[in-house]
Every structure is written in C-alpha cells, then in structure tokens.
Design a protein around this ligand. Sequence first.
Ligand code: GLY
Length: 343
Amino acid sequence: MLKEVITVSLGERSYPIYIGSGLIGEAGELFGFNGRALILTDSGVPTEYSRAVARAFAGRSEIFTVKEGEGSKSLSTLEEVLCAAANMKLTRKDAIIAVGGGVVGDLGGFAAACYMRGIAFYNIPTTVLSMVDSSIGGKTAVNLGGIKNIVGAFHQPRGVLIDTDTLKTLDERQISAGLCEAVKMAATLDREELERLESAGGIGEITADITRVISRAICLKKAVVEKDERESGLRKVLNFGHTLGHGIEAEAKGALYHGECVALGMLPFCSESVRERLLPLLKRLGLPTEYGGDIELAAELAAHDKKSVGGAVEAVFVNEIGSFEIKALPFGELLTLARAAYK
Ligand code: GLY
C-alpha cells in the first residue's frame, strides 16, 4: 500500500520517493519506466527482493549480484557492473536499478552515471540507512586507495521506492546503525524530531513508528539537497559524525557498520550538553559510544579523508540541538577531541 510520495524538487532532475508497504512488486508501474534494466543487488540482500523487481520488469531485465560489503565499492566491481550493462547491450534509453543498501546504491548510481555518459538510475533501498540517507540526493561513488567515496559523481535517481516490508529481514543491529543517520539529521536540523526519538522507549518503539521516522529524515535531507545539491555549503551538515566516522570505519576494517562509526564520530563534535543528550539516546538504540580501537590511527585515516584541505579537516559541530557549525579543524585537534570524547 502506497502511504506517501515525497518529491525531491531539483528542476529537470526532480524525482519521486514512494514510501509504503508491499510496494516492491509495483516498481514497474510506480517508476513508469519502459526501457530495459540491469538490476543490481548484493549477496547479502534476500534474493526475493531483486526477483520481485525482475518480475515487475519481466522480459526486459537481468539481475547482477555483487559480493556483500564495502569491498564491492571498488573500481574492479564497477568494471564488472559496466561489463554486465554492456553485455546486456543496454542503451541510453535503459536503466540500472539498485536493490539493497548503500553499497549497491552508491555503486549502481555511479555505474549509471558512467555508462554511455549517463543513463537512468532507480533506487530501491532495503536498509534503514539507505532509506533515510544514501538513496536520496544523488551522491554516487566507489572507494579507492582506502579513501571512502573518492571517485564518484552526482547523479540523481529518477525514482526511489521504499518498501518498508523489506525491513523485516534486517537484524536489529542493522536497524540501529541506520537509525543513527536519522539521529544525525534530527540533532543538526530538527530539535522536535530529536525530542521525539528521545521520548521513544527504545528501538522497538522506534521500529513500530519506522515509516514516520524514515519520512521525517527524508524530508530533512530533501530540504538540504534542494538548497545545495552539490554540497557547496549547507549540504555539509549531512556529514555530521562522518569526518572521524570514516576514519573509524577504515580502522575497524569491517568490524563496525557505517552507522555505528557515525555514532562514534558524532560524539567528539558536540558541546558537553549535546553529548549528554546524545549518549543515552545512542545507547538506547544499541549504538556504540565507546571506542576500543586505535583512535590515533582512526584520526590519521580521517585526516586523509577526501574533505581534508591544507592540514585541516572540515567538521560539523553541534553546540545546540537543531543547529550546527562547520569549522576547519587542524589534524592535531581532531585527535585531541577524539581522545577526550572516549575517555
Ligand atoms: N550522506 C550525505 C549526503 O548525502 O550529503
């Protein structure tokens, strides 16, 4: 049942986001797309989802499955996807449809941006993280040389379909990790939403309200992207928690989910009063607040992030819930803040 349609308004690059339950089999009608499609998924996504999309595009689609995990956001996997598109003889009238989490969304979006200098891309996110954040806004990329998202393009999807039934196959840890991006958006942009998340008893209560939580996070992100599609200013707010978070993610080598790294990455960049509010919320959501890894190495890796310029990294600070400040932070200070936050 279709519950909501949110439109991201970007002139000729505008697109709808369909939200509801049991929608995946309706991808054909909802997207209203008549061409052929390469359906990209990964080995961790239940096959029933990509098969349902293939049935919706019967006789004009093929499924291509990459290995689950961040390792698939690589140039070599990108080449495999592009070869699959070429073997299918996709043309400029055709599309790539990603079915899965942030990895296939980023990879599939970038493949669509590159193939024949750009073909249509549709996204069917099946994780909380990709529903609330990565499937919206057109950032597509792969990693290179240990640097996350260093090779990529802005390529907006033509449509996004969120079938909340797909969350039933996610484990609690993945749900928690995804919710961290919703906390990020509320902490920086929406005091009332943060209060709502705080007032929920725990992950169960939030999951019961998941459609509203997803929809609110999307509306917050959409408003930012509509004002600053290419991240020349305002959109940087969405990187709250990501500066050190990316360093932690690289240091943890797959042991922590992206959202868990963002949770850890937010804490050093808050005022004391904000940290005191975020700590119990993150704990209630089952997210980590203590870091047992090598913080020196994580800070060093964060310093090599693509957003570092001239010995400093740009970091988003939250001194008061619902507001933010973007500051250039010398590498040394990044480590000092990180050490202080996890004492
Ligand atoms: N995930 C951050 C952004 O889309 O800008």
